[in-house]
Design a protein around this ligand. Structure first.
Ligand code: GTP
Ligand code: MG
Ligand code: ZN
Length: 357
């Protein structure tokens, strides 16, 4: 059992696993995910794994994501993931594109480091977006401003970050010179899982290498630094730090579109919601309603105008998402899928599709 404890196994998951109807199964944690390929750690060590056919049907629960605790069956030549244990936290975003589809970026995470840098990547609006996503996920956010060596005046950006990250710790670090990272120690207690999220090139893998004390991840070469949009990390992988914490490096995100959330928005914009309690109408949208305390706060300079705009924008995004995922629409989508699958099956029987099922 000890080897699983090293990967964050706890009495919580032990009980969850015991409650499963999972004869012949054993617990494991997903430590790497790259599209359909998974690596898991079992009591016997690390193995490649695949998703059992049954789990591919929606009614048998979510597909595994990195960080998940799962029930696996170890066969002679393969490990099959049969079930995903209930998650303690789920970091999700809406997949880029028009369809309302969820992508789970990480599961069972305690702390999320939102990494940005002291250069053009820094955007208070994007930080707000990440914080909304993370509060919704049930994890604790921490903002890291990396590449402190690139600025002579870190105070301005730090203050900008702090102004939008209410109640959230903000740390300036310089991964390249291994400076400031000692401040992260409190988050790295044994068994805790942390994930690094942020745009490509902000230095997530460099930070992971520093925390590991050796080079486990490839970082972007100096010659590629101007190549915008080129991603260096391609898979999501969990590492065991010398401190005993687990850390997940992820590929840079181009887009942070929200997945269904509302409590997350309220938490990320606690200042707006607090002022809104004084609005005349309790369902005030803070646009043109009479007696709107939020508009008044903006006019009096107590609330930044662009912060309110950002709040409105995220609200609209969520309303749109809710419309896109209303139950009727979702069940139509399922029906459509079933008929596609049926067609594929009969096509396969006729022998004109190759490949695996
Ligand atoms: N000046 C400076 N450069 C840094 C610092 N930390 C990392 N870098 C450089 O920034 C570049 C990108 O770093 P990576 O660690 O590959 O960035 P990443 O966030 O993992 O990027 P993706 O894997 O593409 O998402 C590399 O060339 C690093 O050497 C820092 O503190 N200061
Ligand atoms: Mg990387
Ligand atoms: Zn109002």
């Amino acid at each position: 059992m000890d080897s699983l404890r090293d990967w964050g196994w706890s009495t919580h998951f032990e009980a969850a696993f015991a409650a499963l109807d999972a004869a012949e199964s054993e617990p494991a944690r997903v430590v790497e995910a790259q599209r359909e390929l998974f690596r898991v750690v079992t009591r016997a060590g690390e193995r490649r794994a695949r998703v059992a056919g049954r789990l591919r049907q929606e009614e048998h629960g979510p597909l595994p994501a990195v960080g998940d605790w799962v029930a696996v069956r170890v066969e002679a030549d393969a490990v099959a993931i049969h079930q995903v244990l209930d998650r303690r936290s789920t970091i999700s975003r809406k997949l880029p594109g028009k369809a309302a589809r969820e992508q789970v970026l990480a599961a069972n995470v305690d702390t999320v480091f939102v990494v940005t840098s002291f250069n053009e990547d820094f955007s208070p609006r994007r930080v707000e977006r990440y914080l909304t996503m993370i509060w919704e996920a049930g994890a604790r956010p921490v903002v890291l401003l990396n590449k402190a060596d690139l600025t002579a005046d870190p105070e301005t950006m730090l203050a900008q970050a702090e102004a939008v990250a209410l109640g959230v710790p903000v740390h300036a670090v310089c991964a390249e010179r291994d400076a400031g990272l000692a401040a992260l120690e409190p988050y790295l207690r044994p068994g805790a899982t942390i994930v690094l999220l942020g745009s490509s090139g902000v230095g997530k893998s460099t930070i992971v290498n520093r925390l590991m004390g050796r080079e486990v991840q490839t970082v972007q070469g100096i010659r590629d630094r101007d190549a915008k949009g080129r991603h260096t990390t391609h898979s999501r992988q969990l590492f065991r730090l010398p401190s005993g914490a687990l850390t997940l490096d992820t590929p840079g995100l181009r887009e942070v579109a929200l997945w269904i959330t509302e409590t997350g928005l309220g938490q990320a914009f606690g200042d707006v919601e607090e002022i809104a309690e004084a609005c005349r109408f309790h369902d005030c949208a803070h646009t043109s309603e009479p007696g709107c305390a939020v508009k008044a706060a903006v006019d009096e300079g107590r609330l930044a105008r662009d912060r309110l705009e950002s709040y409105h924008k995220l609200c609209r995004e969520l309303e749109y998402l809710e419309r896109k995922t209303d139950p009727a629409a979702a069940s139509n989508e399922k029906r459509r899928w079933r008929s596609i699958q049926k067609n594929m099956r009969s096509a396969r029987k006729k022998g004109w599709t190759r490949g695996e099922s």
